[in-house]
Design a protein around this ligand. Structure first.
Ligand code: CDP
Ligand code: CDP
Length: 200
């Protein structure tokens, strides 16, 4: 049986950084599911058709990290048919041996409700905006506004809204370095790997 880790949370909370580090440490596969929605948004045209026709090559465009690409992603992500078109791929990815880490918004609630570990990563709006602005070379105030608009849209939508799963471990990284956050997350994985198998 493979080991599945779901990492969700608002924009730029540190999900991807933690997911990558866990994948590296345990030799698990990693999927940044936000890239799927960013690629659909960036394609333009009919988003449902774009989601159905998505290929790996679409995920490597170098303009996907901008605030604009994030906004386009959150608009198409509210469309149920877009989400449905991407579900099977994510579930197949999650089932890979020896394990998989997926980060996004609805991994613990919709895509992998039976994940072995669910983390919900948060940080203050201001800290998240500072981190993302530094990362992509954008204006901090504009980035703060963009993140807030996106979080509000992601939380308010009826299809797979942003919210922690009931059994998620909340990790607040506001005051944490990357190393601290990764260390905490790895400790949670180790505890689950050691735990007697209930379902696995
Ligand atoms: O995947 P998500 O959008 O949640 O965030 P990320 O891309 O992993 O992190 C956004 C930025 O915050 C990156 O440049 C990280 O290096 C930085 N950061 C972090 O993720 N965690 C900390 N505790 C401190 C900084
Ligand atoms: O890295 P960051 O947290 O800024 O964004 P992302 O993970 O790349 O996601 C971009 C947008 O895609 C989000 O604002 C959501 O609207 C959407 N998304 C989603 O609806 N479900 C997911 N599992 C992942 C992303």
């Amino acid at each position: 049986m493979s080991f599945t880790i779901a990492i969700d949370g608002p924009a730029a909370s540190g999900k991807g950084t933690i997911a990558r580090a866990i994948a590296r440490r345990f030799g698990f596969h990693h999927l940044d599911t936000g890239l799927l929605y960013r690629a659909v948004g960036a394609r333009g045209g009919d988003p449902v058709a774009a989601a159905r026709a998505l290929t790996g090559a679409d995920l490597t465009r170098d303009d996907l990290r901008s605030n604009e690409a994030g906004q386009a992603a959150s608009r198409v992500a509210a469309i149920p048919e877009v989400r449905d078109a991407l579900t099977d791929f994510q579930r197949r990815f999650a089932a890979q041996e020896p394990g998989a880490v997926l980060d996004g918004r609805d991994i613990g609630t919709v895509i992998c409700p039976d994940a072995d570990l669910k983390l919900y990563v948060i940080a203050s709006d201001e800290v998240r905006a500072q981190r993302r602005a530094a990362e992509i070379g954008a204006d901090p105030a504009a980035t703060l506004a963009a993140l807030r608009e996106r979080d509000a849209r992601d939380s308010a939508r009826s299809a797979a809204p942003l919210r922690p799963a009931a059994d998620a471990v909340i990790l607040d990284t506001t005051e944490m370095s990357v190393t601290d956050a990764v260390t905490r997350a790895i400790a949670e994985v180790r505890a689950r790997l050691r735990a007697p198998a209930t379902r696995r």
